[in-house]
Design a protein around this ligand. Structure first.
Ligand SMILES: [Zn+2]
Length: 300
């Protein structure tokens, strides 16, 4: 993280230079939970304890329109916490909380406030440090909300399922929710009303680690398979967070190095290639308009 403070270079994930996949895989390019957590960790030391000098909204037409009253509500407040719930960054202020979603192509950077804006820079949170927290989002699926109520009660958060790292997301829980469901297990773990943050890439990888085929009916999993799947989900997400996320093409982490997790993926986007451990050719099929990858030997 050296040079973070005094450099005018973008220091968090840049939207420039990553490619969108064609066709059905395009949805996979959205930032997933590990990228959002990586962003949170990158931003945290630069915003916590700082006072917001101003919020400058250059383009209010995001996924939901940014209310024109918002800048006056947050100006002058000190930032207490940089948190996260699912894929929402929660910037806790003295009198309320900002809810920020990166959408499908959004990124945050901490920059010197005078850094010239570029295309798709939609708002600046100007800080008393002389820096700005700048939001860039070419597709404008991101969002910014503010609430003075308990943040968990906000309509966007109130009905969210447990986080994968919550104690409540455990073998008992996944066992219970899989029992009467005939849906494919991969669809189930990607259902954010049951568990948040398991996107397409991590679902394939977690199922590989659990040695469970993606199309298996959820209710057919044994208790041991459910336990392996809970561990698999936590392991792949933890690895991805440790290495700075993976879903953005040519993703650049806080330290300026590319994300490394892609090299460690076992099955994702490896269709037609022999699996690294067993030599079997990885198979791919479309499942719910997403690409799914699995090893027919290792996964039952
Ligand atoms: Zn295999």
């Amino acid at each position: 993280m050296s040079g973070f403070e005094d450099s005018a270079q973008p220091t968090l994930a840049t939207p420039d230079g990553f490619r969108w996949d064609d066709g059905i895989a395009s949805l996979d390019s959205m930032p997933e939970l590990p990228e959002v957590e990586t962003t949170r960790r990158g931003v945290e030391p630069h915003v916590v304890g700082r006072r917001i000098v101003a919020l400058a909204v250059h383009e209010p037409r995001l996924r939901w329109r940014v209310p024109s009253s918002l800048p006056a509500q947050v100006a002058g407040q000190r930032i207490r916490v940089a948190g996260r719930r699912a894929k929402y960054l929660l910037i806790e202020l003295e009198s309320g909380t900002l809810l920020l979603h990166l959408g499908m192509s959004g990124s945050l950077r901490v920059l010197p406030a005078q850094t010239p804006r570029v295309a798709h820079d939609h708002f600046d949170v100007l800080l008393d440090s002389g820096n700005t927290l700048r939001f860039n989002d070419p597709r404008r699926f991101g969002s910014l909300h503010y609430t003075t109520d308990t943040v968990d009660k906000h309509p966007l958060l109130a009905r969210l399922a447990p986080e994968p790292f919550d104690a409540t997301f455990n073998t008992d829980y996944l066992w219970r929710v899989t029992r009467r469901r005939r849906v494919a297990i991969k669809q189930l773990i990607m259902n954010s009303t049951l568990v948040v943050g398991v996107g397409n890439i991590y679902a394939s990888e977690a199922l590989f680690r659990a040695r469970v085929r993606p199309r298996r009916q959820a209710s057919s999993l044994s208790r041991a398979e459910v336990a392996r799947l809970v561990r698999g989900i936590r392991t792949v997400l933890a690895m991805a967070i440790r290495t700075g996320g993976t879903t953005l093409r040519d993703y650049v982490g806080v330290d300026g190095n590319p994300g490394y997790f892609r090299q460690k993926l076992y099955v994702y986007e490896r269709a037609g290639k022999p699996f690294r451990k067993c030599g079997t050719t990885i198979r791919q099929f479309a499942q719910g308009q997403r690409s799914t990858y699995y090893c027919p030997s290792c996964q039952q």
